[in-house]
Design a binder for this molecule. Structure first.
Ligand SMILES: NC(=O)c1ccc[n+]([C@@H]2O[C@H](COP(=O)([O-])OP(=O)(O)OC[C@H]3O[C@@H](n4cnc5c(N)ncnc54)[C@H](OP(=O)(O)O)[C@@H]3O)[C@@H](O)[C@H]2O)c1
Length: 289
């Protein structure tokens, strides 16, 4: 498993260990930050996905690789290509990759095009694979909102588009189900993993208001306004383009997907945004008055 020092991979590692079916190897860039997972083998590879040679060594003897997509980076696709090629060179037999809904070469959300290209690379290796195309995290909804004198505002060019926000808790449960169900039925599949409903940003703001008790409003922006309000962050253009186009993808309906993958594979209903937020008050601590 990769990505285990992160919010998603950490959940998957803990749940997989609790399920207790398979020996687990955790690949980490810094062993001191590895999660404490009973009986898991920790392998440090400081170079991460960019270090193909290190990864080939770290992946020796691995049957199934849970490959968590890398942090946003200008060269993220190249990092993924290096990691996939390393998996092939190491003899990995199955890859479960965390992709994104609507993965297409011409996706409006620019960063999603990298997921599509990564999927293509994996498929091209001939390794058995399943793509878990995640919708936008429900966990992120509070972080779209900027506190503003006693209230908070989500300002974005998402229009009236809908998003099937999904909790990382559910994504982890699905990952564990897929990793443990090592049968042909999941091979070659791209599963859209979503929440149980698709909300507009105005509806997401209303849910935030209801759960946090702080009034949150959605303010629609033009593309120009979206860039102008994000430029002062000092982040590079490719990254701001990723943020802005994520909202434009919502406006275009590319994230409106809602599927039954969570209940079908885990046996429990998917969390709504409100249920996720009530379970994780730490996600909206910054919105407390
Ligand atoms: N669906 C969505 O809404 C959404 C939103 C944001 C991100 N994502 C994608 O989903 C991934 C997992 O989400 P998350 O919430 O768990 O993110 P997270 O908490 O930031 O964790 C990312 C994990 O990936 C590892 N990682 C990142 N870049 C790497 C690289 N170049 N080489 C090796 N390991 C690398 C990190 O390792 P270190 O601890 O060593 O940095 C960390 O363990 C993200 O990395 C991103 O690609 C999806």
């Amino acid at each position: 498993m990769t990505g285990v020092t992160g919010a998603l991979g950490g959940r998957v590692a803990a749940r997989l260990a609790a399920a207790g079916h398979a020996p687990i190897r955790l690949l980490v860039r810094d062993a001191s930050r590895a999660p404490r997972v009973p009986d898991a083998e920790i392998v440090e590879h400081p170079g991460g996905y960019s270090d193909g040679r290190g990864l080939v060594a770290a992946l020796q003897g691995v049957h199934t690789l849970y490959l968590v997509s890398a942090a946003e980076a200008e060269d993220r696709l190249q990092q993924h290509v290096t990691a996939v090629d390393a998996a092939a060179a190491a003899g990995v037999q199955r890859i479960v990759y965390t992709s994104f809904v609507g993965a297409r070469p011409d996706a409006v959300f620019t960063l999603v095009r990298q997921h599509w290209a990564t999927e293509q690379r994996i498929a091209g290796t001939g390794i058995r694979h399943t793509f878990l195309r995640h919708n936008m995290y429900a966990d992120f909804v509070p972080f779209f909102a900027t506190p503003e004198d006693g209230r908070a505002v989500i300002a974005a060019p998402a229009g009236k588009g809908r998003t099937g926000f999904v909790s990382r808790d559910d994504l982890a449960d699905v990952a564990v189900a897929v990793l443990l169900r090592d049968d042909d039925e999941l091979d070659g599949q791209a599963l859209d993993v979503t929440g149980p409903e698709a909300l507009t940003m105005a509806e997401a703001a209303a849910v935030l208001t209801e759960v946090t008790g702080r009034p949150v409003e959605y303010r629609d922006q033009t593309v120009e306004e979206a860039w102008a309000t994000r430029r002062p962050s000092g982040h590079p253009d490719w990254e701001i383009e990723g943020w802005v186009t994520s909202y434009l993808a919502i406006a275009a309906g590319e994230l409106a997907t809602v599927t039954d993958v969570v209940p079908r594979l885990t046996g429990h209903p998917a969390l709504t945004v409100a249920e996720h937020l009530r379970r994780h008050p730490e996600d909206w601590a910054h919105l407390r008055s």
